[in-house]
Design a protein around this ligand. Sequence first.
Ligand SMILES: [Zn+2]
Length: 581
Amino acid sequence: MAQSTETTDWVSRFADEVIEESARRAPGKPLVVASGLSPSGPIHLGNLREVMTPHFVADELRRRGHQVRHLISWDDYDRFRKVPAGLAGVDESWAEHIGKPLTSVPAPPGSAYPSWAEHFKAAMVEALAELGVEFDGVSQTAQYTSGVYREQVLHAVAHRADIDAILDQYRTKKAPAKQNQQKPLDEAELEAAEGSGAAGEDDGSAAAGAGSVGYFPYKPFCGNCEKDLTTVTSYDDDTTELSYTCTACGFGETVRLNEFDRGKLVWKVDWPMRWAYEGVVFEPSGVDHSSPGSSFQVGGQIVGIFGGTQPIGPMYAFVGISGMAKMSSSKGGVPTPGDALKIMEPQLLRWLYARRRPNQSFKIAFDQEIQRLYDEWDKLDAKVADGSALPADVAAHARAVGTAGGDLPRTATPLPYRTLASIADITAGEQEQALRILGELDPENPLRSLDEARPRYDKAEAWINTQVPADQRTIVRQEPDAELLKSLDEAAQQSLRLLRDGLADHWSLDGLTHLVYGVPKVQAGFPADATPKELPPEIKTAQRTFFALLYHLLVGRDTGPRLPTLLLAVGQERVRGLLGE
Ligand SMILES: [Zn+2]
């Protein structure tokens, strides 16, 4: 078993709290942490925090030897609220399914799954497996339709006046004073909130319209059209006889609630019912659930009606995405955990979540920033290996690379992501050429197969192909820029000569780094290995000018991939030609 990370990072502190709470509430029982996800469309990458927060806590508890159940509630019995834009094969005609449970809506065309909910759930399940998240998924459709919650439903309906009284305290309460209000959610945050159940802040009071029985915390799905646009018109507490009519199709019927399984508790009652039913001790929620009068707060009172206690529920901040290129229309433009895992290893994605406390927001980089993130990650990896990392960083690293069950599969030779990205960029899918360049990076210790650099190489290649705009891709010149070469003064020509003459002896990543920085030093009369302290500041300007010249001659632009990588990629012969030999 992996060792407990003996530090006081946020995960460790929550684990302490969970142990203490569980010992008080249910001594000797397995610890239960929970997440809830609504497969109402592609599940937004930001919603991954809903899972990762309890995952890290569950994992820490397992490392300490506890039995833990990480419950993921698939809120697939929620109503289909709206047709997501931009999904291939899904047009406005799908609006006819609005109001049905997500498991009763057909999957998008071409899907291998039987329903809308199953289709979008499957992509998330796949991503969670790659991320090493161990969980117990529970379909709320299966729970409700098999009558698992029948007693809880009857109990809630019997105590509807008590529930109504609790909800009423919040209904009459005005919104908090302006200065306390949360800033409005931006578009990305709203998108993220869509998938988190926030959309279902229904408390059942809508049922109290004309002709209804007053407040009713349970909603039947119509026996004819399957929609939840039903109004309960009468209920007999003694017989549990319930009558409803459907405003969508006019259908109506009378059923016995003690044997009826086609409906669900409204969200604000459903959630605390499940805390009590499952004995949940830890379940975080997004900022949208945590404002005054929101479902988490109200649930804290309603859960008592079911004989339970509110879980420890930290509020987590939204996770943003930086620079995701417009996704193909089949994805509806929503970045999913699967999209992130195409361009980064699961360790990096785990690390992004592990190193920030849940109430800190952060961004997941789909743009150039991903290269810097990877540099930071590799630096941390090296520090952990040589024992020089800080304890909190060691903890985040340990949570990123593995779980109580063992380490996640890792890239055997983790070459720098930016180098791999540059090579993938320049070679444009030619694997043989990529392998040649990778083999020359470190001639002492050459890479023998691309597989040694995988899966990191594949992620960097996917990033280049899907996220880097065409005008930022590198295209090596086919022919030398004769005009530019002819216009160069003597000094510039000398610098190219010095470079060409050094190529053969410096043909490795380190060697070429030394060479390209050294040429301007030698030209100015200093030794090639002189350190910055021994050099006048003008050398920096000379280096920049020299680099710009090389980029122009090699790729016809001001900038490009790091020069040593670019030179290796282009190959000695071709470099000589392009540099005027
Ligand atoms: Zn109907």
